[in-house]
Structures are given as structure tokens and as C-alpha cells.
Design a protein around this ligand. Sequence first.
Ligand code: UDP
Length: 317
Amino acid sequence: MDNVCAVVTGGAGFIGSHLVDALLLKGYKVFAIDNLITGNEDNLTEAKKNPKFAYIRHDVTQELPVVGPIHFLYHLASPASVPDYQKYPEETALVNSVGTRGMLKVAKAHGAKFLFTSTSEVYGDPKEHPQKETYWGNVNPNGVRSCYDESKRFGEMITMLYVKHHGVDGRIARIFNTYGSRMRPTDGRVVSNFINQALAGKPLTVYGDGKQTRSFCFVRDMVAGLIRLMETDNTTGEVVNIGNPEEYTMIDFAEKIKHMTGSSSEIVHVRLPVDDPTQRKPDITKAKKLLGWEPAVSVDDGLKQTIEYYKQVAGRE
Ligand code: UDP
């Protein structure tokens, strides 16, 4: 383990920083790379206490500084919440296209195993439910979400191109909605919005009629799935959904958060964002078979921990 080195782009982000912690726990040397447009260096406070860790502030659309031998390269860097990628559409488009190509070149040069984090957004507003990896998706190519959806689709294509034509040992994770500590309270996602609204006694903002569905994965399970996908033999060129198939309508989810926080907040309906997918739930048969992975943390347990986290964050402010 002493000489194993992993690089995590987007390492100061929500999922990235948890991945950094998990890789350090395995005894690896870890470099986190982030330009902090949506990441937060505070997420690396624990990691920085470990002598095997280094943080590099860097934009991965530019050439990577030399960091020595690399065995695993996890490419997570990208704004990922709907408000974030709409605020940074060009950065989002470029980090997933130019940035992914750059990281693939680094993986090739080092003979490193490579993992690209794609997204359930490649399925767009899916006509197939639940979504299997074989589904091609239903994406608006020039809508408000396309800077993210289409650049992730490009990222998948260029990853497979480097697998087939450059011999890179690459794989693709399609990440479904994930939640847990270190997701910024103001991130704009439904879990952080509802919990923080409920804790502050403010109205819970359900977008549209709230009949749209999502399925939520606890961040610890997500990170375990990503590591499993990277390290399992015979995963070269594979595309695997990582997520929790427990599906909720947003109106039921708002009720659940209200109940779990003991909040007396009202639930209000506000305008539905453009191109908001009507349903989403991963089919994780492939992850179970190929990786022997499935979520271990129930939504109730994960939400309890997340609510406690946001209470602490609010206490610090
Ligand atoms: N949503 C909501 N209220 C909020 C934030 C989001 O009802 O305050 C809805 C949103 O319209 C979407 C779902 O919750 O249908 C998940 O939104 P999120 O931004 O968390 O993730 P997405 O799956 O859209 O990327």
C-alpha cells in the first residue's frame, strides 16, 4: 500500500473529498486536485493531517503539474448541482470534455487505471424506467442542462475512445443523486434545500407538482461503489450505474424530511425548472453482478446522519 498513489480531480468537492478520505484510509498516497470554483478546501481539513496527502489548486483543463507515479486516476472535477452548472456553463462543458481528454492523457502516460464519473443526467428525461446502462437516454442537446448532460456524454465517448484506441484501462461510473455531509447547505439540491429549510422553519420548496421522482444514495455507499468499480478486475471499458434504487416523489420526500426533522414548516409549490427529468431510478443489477456492490445505508439512516451534519453546520455559523 505504501507506494500506491491515487489522484482525485474535484478532490475538494462533496463526493471527491469523501473519496480522498476513503483512499487515505486504505493507506494510499492521495493527491486532490481542485480549482475550487464549487469545491471547498475545508472539506480537506481531515485529509491534510495525513502526511500521505497533498492538495493542488489547479484547473484540470490545463496541463497537470507532475505528481510522480500514479496508479489510480479518479476524474470527478465538474460543477454538479443544477444552479452550479448553470452559473458555470462553459467551465462545466470544458472540464468534462477538454479536462477529461487531458486526464486520459495523464492516465495513458502513467499506465494508471482511470475512472470517469458520468451522471444519470446522460439519460436526460428518461423514457425507460428504471434506467439500465444500455439505455441511450432522452437529452435536450441545447437546453439549460446541456452544458452538463452533453459534456458528460462527450466525456463518456472520449473515455471509451482512449480505452479502445490508446489502451487506457478506463471505466465509467454513472452517478445518481447522492447526499450526505459536505454538500453545501446552499448547493441548491433537493436534499440540502429541504433539510436546511426544515431546520430553519422556512417553507420547503417543492418544484412543480412534486410528482417527479428521484432515488438517493448516501455518499459513503457512493464512494465504496466508485472504489469497487476502479479496483475490480475485468471492469475495463465498463459503464456502471452507481446509486440507490429507493425511489421517492419529491412531495413524499418533502413530507419525509419534515417528519424526520420534526419541523412545522409548510410545504409550498414553486415553478418547476426547465427540462427537469420526470423520473429517475437506477437499475443496479450490473453493479451487483460485476462489482458485488449495492448500497448498505438505508435512506432513513443516511438522512438521519445528514440532518445531524446540517444541525452542526448551522450551529457553527
Ligand atoms: N427540487 C425541489 N425542490 C428544491 C430543489 C429541487 O422540488 O428545492 C426537485 C427538482 O425539481 C428535481 C429533484 O428535486 O426534480 C432533484 O433535484 P436536484 O437539484 O437535487 O437534483 P437533479 O436530479 O435535478 O439533478
